[in-house]
Design a protein around this ligand. Structure first.
Ligand code: NAD
Ligand code: MN
Length: 349
């Protein structure tokens, strides 16, 4: 029986609430399955930062390397600027472990209402380039505080980085029934990095004649997502563009509270990280009403990655049984608590 070592980083706000629920569900799944999990809690959070001055302690990434996967909640606190918490915890892990493929499925679960009348047509995977682009961290500020202050925020695209995310996207699209991939760029206005994205996409496309493609500018893509959801299957976009598109996809599929994501190092040289898309949600933190479904779906993606496809499918089925029965937290229009949804999913297992 395989025993998976999982690093658990709940982080801040509702991150701690939904990850506790996620661990309960994983234990329940393991109890009547044929694998075991050994979660280990790492208290890397904004509270810790405020006390000790760091999110990730010395040697923290080395320690993370010893795990099979990382299960992450959310980071962000009203007491710490967002760019400090993001660059303090989440980005060093994504970048340090070369988790360059961020995968975000979106679909309307049974019993969930989409704001779109044609929401049932949503069955998408948003693939976000997760290692470079607009979030490469390049730039600077000069003449700070003077009226002539200048700030630059430079996107960095490498041939290797672009080629590997395109190849990953074609491989993923190839495994889906519709085998369709939309390239989302902004190569009319951004004539260097985005034009290179387009060129490399069509080079890689030659190796995948079974996958049909479409090219869309990112602004037009937002309207396609709302007006013609059935014309989309898998989409690939840059770090910034896909960050935005995937929040839109989450909202169109009912709530940010159900959307999962995987930060993959496809070569498996380093552990991959699994997290709900949402943040620490100051407005509902501590109230016990955070929707844990995103975290459960995330757990299913983690199991799938670990090679436990059967357990992942069982978990998805239990999630869908519970959403179909409309055991919903307030974000989905219900009155259930995090605990009640969690217990319902465990019962459905
Ligand atoms: P958010 O995702 O925390 O919340 C946006 C809205 O969605 C809020 O109204 C919130 O109540 C709701 N929501 C989110 N998750 C929910 C859930 N599981 N159940 C029910 N409702 C849910 O985004 P924000 O308000 O922009 O950011 C809050 C903090 O989180 C900030 O510090 C931000 O930097 C951080 N953040 C972190 C991550 C991450 O760790 N990956 C992602 C996004 C935001
Ligand atoms: Mn985001």
């Amino acid at each position: 029986m395989r025993n998976y070592k999982i690093a658990v980083i709940p982080g801040d706000g509702i991150g701690t609430e939904v990850l506790a629920a996620g661990i309960d569900v994983l234990h329940a799944l393991a109890r009547n399955g044929d694998f075991a999990i050994s979660p280990q809690q790492l208290p890397w959070s904004s509270d810790q930062y405020l006390h000790l001055g760091h999110y990730i302690p010395d040697g923290g990434l080395e320690r993370l390397k010893t795990f099979d996967a990382i299960f992450f909640g959310a980071v962000g606190s009203e007491k710490v600027p967002d760019h400090v918490s993001l660059w303090g915890l989440r980005l060093p892990i994504c970048q340090g472990f070369d988790q360059y493929a961020n995968v975000r499925p979106a679909r309307v679960l049974p019993g969930v209402t989409s704001p779109l009348t044609n929401g049932k047509d949503i069955d998408w995977v948003v693939i976000r380039e997760n290692s470079e682009g607009e979030y490469a961290g390049n730039g600077g500020r000069v003449h700070r505080g003077l009226p002539i202050e200048v700030a630059t925020e430079t996107s960095v695209f490498t041939r290797r980085g672009v080629e590997r995310i395109h190849r990953f996207s074609f491989e993923l699209a190839r495994k889906r029934p519709r085998k369709h991939l939309t390239l989302v760029t902004k190569s009319n206005a951004q004539r260097h990095g985005m034009v290179m994205w387009d060129e490399i996409f069509y080079e890689v496309a030659k190796e995948y004649p079974d996958v049909t493609t479409r090219r869309e500018l990112v602004d037009a893509m937002t309207t396609r997502m709302v007006l013609k959801p059935a014309t989309i299957d898998v989409m690939v976009a840059t770090n910034l563009h896909a960050d935005i598109l995937s929040d839109l996809a989450a909202a169109l599929s009912g709530s940010l509270g159900i959307a999962p994501t995987a930060n993959l190092n496809p070569e498996r040289e380093f552990p991959s990280m699994f997290e709900p898309i949402h943040g620490s949600a100051f407005d509902i933190a501590g109230k016990g009403i955070a929707n844990p479904i995103a975290t459960f779906w995330t757990a299913a993606m983690m199991l799938e990655h670990l090679g436990e496809a059967k357990a992942a499918a069982r978990l998805m089925k239990a999630i869908e049984t519970v959403t179909a029965a409309k055991v919903h937290t307030p974000d989905l229009g219900g009155t259930a608590t995090t605990k009640q949804v969690t217990q319902a999913v465990i019962a459905a297992l």
